[in-house]
Design a protein around this ligand. Structure first.
Ligand code: 1CP
Length: 385
């Protein structure tokens, strides 16, 4: 059905308006923990085929929405579809995770053509259109891609892990790393622009490995390309809201939010939500951050902790989510219990936790130039909160 952006709670939050109870969706809400997914997945022999078959990817996207009535759908695809669309051979080895042919030289990097993704991503865009057509008007579809640094990690190392080649390259051959990131950035701008034209209502950049970098490299390889991405996507109408997820970035998340201009920041499991909220402008939305292990474990502490996270951000624009993806062996009924619990939360009487230091801060205040994040808040203001 046609999207009704005014009716979408998630978009309201991304516009900087608090909503109670917070809208809820979960990273990796589709996938192996759902029996209906495992059944569907068996109909394609490899994962790339599965992701690029619109009938299958559409169904996988909609399964968790039907089962749990979540407040957003996320396109069923993978961050590695972009390198595949750029011509890099990709396979998902059973039980081993993804394998790409590693990029080893400038000559190989120079062959990557960001303008060449068009044909390869057509089935993904068809999925976006089909999903948008099937979702209720008030349920947004989140388009996504990996952030350039995280995608470059897989393209250079060829597999998941701790990415020793990429991290070494950052010092040994920074030009090659920068070239790969630049090409991926261009391709990602084009790819997400196409997802938006095809029907995505907002977009998310997954920077799962951003937390490996020291501050200077974080600035060069995470903040810089993300800033370029945000500016370029915003310059192309219609303007869409952007969620960034610089996983495990710690204090670097402050400069990330201040400088890139993302509308929302995903908090990983290690973040203390009200502590981060106090340091950020009030109109920046926060997303997260229940521990996926607690979702898998279930029980009373799941519901208590989830309630506490939501309440600690009452009065702030917050999207309830996990701190990382749903684990494959999570009981689906725990997800159902979590969603009903969040929906049933009563509005907290006081919102003192988040009405501290950042109250007066505006986005403009931290966005202007280098004076970002912590630098904008005085020490007294932080401890008074
Ligand atoms: O056969 C299968 O079922 C393959 C398992 C699988 C699934 C279900 C993979 C392989 N990817 C996905 C889907 C996926 N991946 C989605 C779907 C939408 C949803 O959230 O429901 C999304 C958003 C991703 C994003 C993704 N892929 C990330 C970023 C988020 C994160 O988890 O940090 C990353 C790093 C990947 C790479 C990837 N793809 C698949 C695996 C097992 C991995 C991790 C590899 C590794 O580093 O070890």
């Amino acid at each position: 059905m046609t999207a009704d952006h005014n009716a979408m709670k998630l978009l309201k939050v991304l516009n900087g308006t608090p909503v109670w109870p917070p809208p809820v969706w979960l990273m990796r809400q589709a996938g192996r923990y759902l029996p209906e997914y495992r059944k569907l997945r068996a109909s394609a022999d490899n994962f790339v085929v599965f992701c690029t078959t619109p009938g299958l990817a559409t169904e996988a996207t909609l399964q968790p929405i039907r089962r749990f009535g979540l407040d957003a759908a996320i396109l069923f695809s993978d961050i590695l579809i972009l390198p595949w669309a750029l011509g890099r051979p990709l396979r998902f080895a059973e039980g081993e995770g993804p394998r790409l042919s590693p990029i080893e030289s400038e000559a190989e990097a120079a062959k990557l053509d960001p303008a060449a993704i068009g044909r390869a991503v057509e089935p993904v865009l068809e999925t976006v259109g089909r999903v948008r057509g099937e979702l209720a008007p008030d349920v947004p579809l989140i388009g996504f891609a990996g952030a350039p640094f995280t995608v470059a990690c897989y393209m250079i190392d060829g597999r998941g892990g701790d990415f020793p080649r990429t991290r070494n390259l950052a010092y040994a051959d920074p030009g090659l790393l920068a070239t790969v990131i630049e090409i991926v950035t261009e391709a990602t701008i084009d790819y997400l622009d196409r997802q938006v034209s095809a029907g995505a209502d907002c977009v998310m950049l997954f920077d799962s490995w951003a937390g490996m970098l020291p501050p200077d490299l974080f600035r060069a390889h995470v903040i810089f390309p993300t800033t370029r991405f945000v500016a370029a996507l915003r310059a192309r109408p219609p303007t869409v809201k952007i969620i960034g997820f610089p996983r495990l970035a710690g204090l670097n998340a402050l400069a990330y939010v201040g400088e890139t201009g993302v509308d929302a920041v995903g908090m990983d499991t290690t973040t203390d939500p009200p502590a981060l909220a106090r340091l950020l402008p009030r109109d920046v939305a926060l997303q997260g951050n229940l521990d996926p292990l607690l979702l898998r474990a279930g029980g009373p502490s799941l519901l208590e902790t989830a309630g506490r996270i939501a309440e600690s951000l009452a009065g702030r624009p917050h999207i309830f989510n996990l701190g990382h993806g749903v684990l494959p062996d999570t009981p689906p009924e725990n997800v159902g219990a979590l969603v009903s619990h969040i929906r049933g939360l009563e509005a907290p009487e006081t919102q003192s936790v988040t009405q501290g230091a950042a109250q007066g801060a505006t986005r403009g205040a931290t966005q202007s130039g280098a004076d970002t994040g912590l630098a904008g808040a005085s020490r007294g203001a932080i401890s008074a909160a």
